[in-house]
Design a protein around this ligand. Structure first.
Ligand code: F6R
Length: 622
């Protein structure tokens, strides 16, 4: 939520900041702004609306400075408007700040500052930050013993201000008192620094600045940084200077571009064979799954009485997709929980619980908070993320990565299939360590895993029928998705994809559950999509769908080569056949046509597929 970019160097900052903002727009897109240092004053260009509006603003064209900060907003406090857009200035216009996160105690801080004569012009929580810095800076100036240089004085003021803030923040600060520097700091919101040659870059996410550098500093909470064009100095929370190593990011800068596709989402759907292949990577050796970064002994795993998988949205669905696999192969009960629920319901978590946190971004606030809670309760914690150095991966005891490459479209696709792939590999490793699985079973699943990329490729070659279904569906008001077992999980994920990018109301139901109430909603012409990939459940699901056909529903079924043979195709309006795989892995294949369906419906409606309304890619607020 909200994206921030910074540049300090020898070039004009605004074009670099605008390019960075365009790449970060998936984090929020209701307003955008830039501030640069122009000799001895700060100049701001900002407005409501998308980043492209900024390009045309007269104020943007006037920005000449080589040091600047920029922001694309996902509104939390205050409606999207010019005045609420970032950057925010203090009352003396000496400090400009961009902020990602939420300041929970901003009302108290505002009151404190108002009593000292400060005035506020926006409805945001952020505006307290530049004013607090300004307040502490003036206190520093009053201290006659204080002979620090201006930059260190600003640093002290920033630190004093940050210590007053409750909530989450990553902030960039520029000031007319330090015309050659910038200060940045983070707490629970992402921020990375890209090291260049006589120029440095700052961003919420790596892809925004990947075309300039591959060397990144990954910041921890309360690490303060003073940047100049030639130097990056790190200070701890007591303002002692320390050194930090860079991390080299291997992602290809092209991976963060559309690469000839119309939208990121369609590119990312098409990247799934590669994402799954890369995620399997070198984890299979001599028919075994290897995780050298995990030191789970048989004794430790045998002591577990519960595995929690905690995540949000699509990542949570990935957990649901492997729940049965883990229970069946490892003989350990698994609870999959929504992070925002888990953290407030006193879950039973202790040293006999393994807690797995799944997050594409590695920054989701609720997932991060659930992880911290689990650590406090002495559980071992394992992060599964797609972003090296993300907060969740660094906070957890252990981290393993999907290798999906940057996922830019707000709707998650390749991260989902990669998460299920990695969770399945992990399950095999656990089961093998526990000796609850035979070598034959491992071999069968491993062989199937290796064949998944080409099976997904097959689905991707056969998309015309799906685009025809979308043409007939895009004017609908309601769509139902149903399935049993693992197909129910696919129906949940497919339904989420449709509603988030097409704004069509949609429900997913366990097929057998419909007649316990929801069937009352079925009337002539309603679209129902059934997923039938488990040969053992075909008859049951088909009879549930027939109950709906009788009531006038238009039916589409996703079957595989095996279940296709078990159905009478004439009773459905549309039948999509996907390659067969074992049921543990079928969610990875059967979701693909349904991601496509959501995509085509959204396109038919003329919507912005990559940036659906009200959403942001990385949910760093609770
Ligand atoms: C839906 C979607 C979201 C995310 C959720 C968690 O398409 O992308 O539901 O899955 O916000 O995000 P991460 O995985 O970054 O924690």
């Amino acid at each position: 939520m909200c994206g921030i970019v910074g540049y300090i160097g020898k070039q004009k900052a605004s074009p670099i900041l605008l390019a960075g903002l365009s790449k970060l727009e998936y984090r929020g897109y209701d307003s955008a702004g830039i501030a640069t240092i122009e000799k001895d004053f700060i100049k701001v260009a900002k407005d409501k609306g998308r980043v492209e509006n900024l390009y045309n603003l007269k104020e943007t064209k006037e920005l000449e400075g080589t040091i600047g900060i920029a922001h694309t907003r996902w509104a939390t406090h205050g409606i999207p408007s010019k005045i609420n857009s970032h950057p925010h200035l203090d009352i003396t216009e000496s400090f400009a700040v961009v902020h990602n996160g939420i300041i929970e105690n901003y009302i108290e801080l505002k009151k404190f500052l108002e009593e000292k004569g400060y005035e506020f012009i926006s409805d945001t929580d952020t505006e307290v930050i530049p004013n607090l810095i300004s307040y502490f800076y003036s206190q520093e100036m009053e201290d006659s013993q204080n002979n620090k240089n201006a930059c260190l004085r600003v640093l002290k003021a920033v630190k004093n201000a940050c210590e007053k803030l409750i909530g989450s923040f990553s902030i960039e600060v520029i000031s007319k008192y330090m015309p050659d520097n910038m200060i940045v700091v983070r707490k629970d919101s992402p921020l990375v620094i890209g090291k260049g040659n006589s120029e440095n870059y700052i961003a919420s996410d790596i892809p925004a600045i990947l075309s300039y550098t591959k060397d990144f500093y990954l910041l921890n909470n309360f690490e303060y940084v003073i940047l100049s064009k030639d130097n990056i100095k790190f200070y701890d929370n007591k303002l002692n200077e320390f050194t930090k190593q860079t991390t080299t990011i291997t992602w290809d800068a092209m991976a963060a571009d559309k690469g000839g596709y119309e939208d990121f989402m369609i590119k990312e759907i098409n990247e799934q064979p590669t994402a799954v292949r890369e995620t399997i990577g070198s984890r299979i050796e001599n028919g075994k799954c290897i995780f050298p970064e995990l030191d789970f002994s048989k004794e430790y795993l045998s002591s577990l009485n519960l595995i929690y998988i905690v995540a949000c949205g699509t990542a949570m669905h990935a957990g649901l997709a492997v729940k049965n696999t883990i229970e069946k192969l490892c003989k350990i009960p698994v609870i999959v929980d929504i992070a925002s629920e888990f953290r407030y319901r006193n879950p039973i978590v202790n040293e006999k619980t393994l807690c797995i946190f799944v997050s594409q971004s590695g920054e989701t606030a609720d997932t991060l908070a659930a992880l911290k809670l689990s650590k406090e309760n002495h559980a071992k914690t394992l992060a599964i993320t797609n972003v090296i150095g993300s907060s969740i991966s660094r906070e957890a005891d252990f981290a393993i990565y999907t290798h999906a490459g940057p996922e830019i479209a707000v709707a998650s696709t390749k991260a989902y299939t990669s998460q299920i792939t990695l969770l399945t590999l992990l399950t095999l490793y656990l089961a093998e360590t526990l000796q609850t699985i035979s070598q034959n079973e491992i071999r069968e699943i491993v062989d199937e895993l290796l064949s998944l990329p080409s099976k997904i490729e097959n689905v991707l070659k056969n998309i015309d029928p799906i685009s025809i279904i979308a043409k007939n569906m895009f004017k609908e008001k309601d769509v139902f998705y149903i399935g049993r077992g693992v197909d129910y999980v696919t129906s949940q994920e497919a339904s989420l994809k449709l509603k988030e990018i097409s704004y069509i109301h949609s429900e997913s139901y366990a097929a057998g559950e419909l007649k316990h109430g929801t069937i009352a909603l079925i009337e002539k012409g309603i679209n129902v999509i059934g997923i039938i990939t488990d040969s053992n459940l075909v008859k049951k699901t088909v009879s549930n769908i027939e109950e709906l056909t009788t009531r006038g529903a238009i039916t589409t079924v996703i079957v595989n080569e095996a279940t296709e043979k078990q159905i009478d195709k004439t009773i459905f309006d549309n039948v999509i056949v996907v390659p067969e795989t074992i049921s543990y892995l079928s969610p990875i294949v059967s979701i693909v046509p349904l991601q496509m369906l959501a995509y085509f419906v959204s396109k038919e409606k003329g919507l912005d597929v990559d940036k659906p309304r009200n959403l942001a890619k990385s949910v760093t607020v609770e």
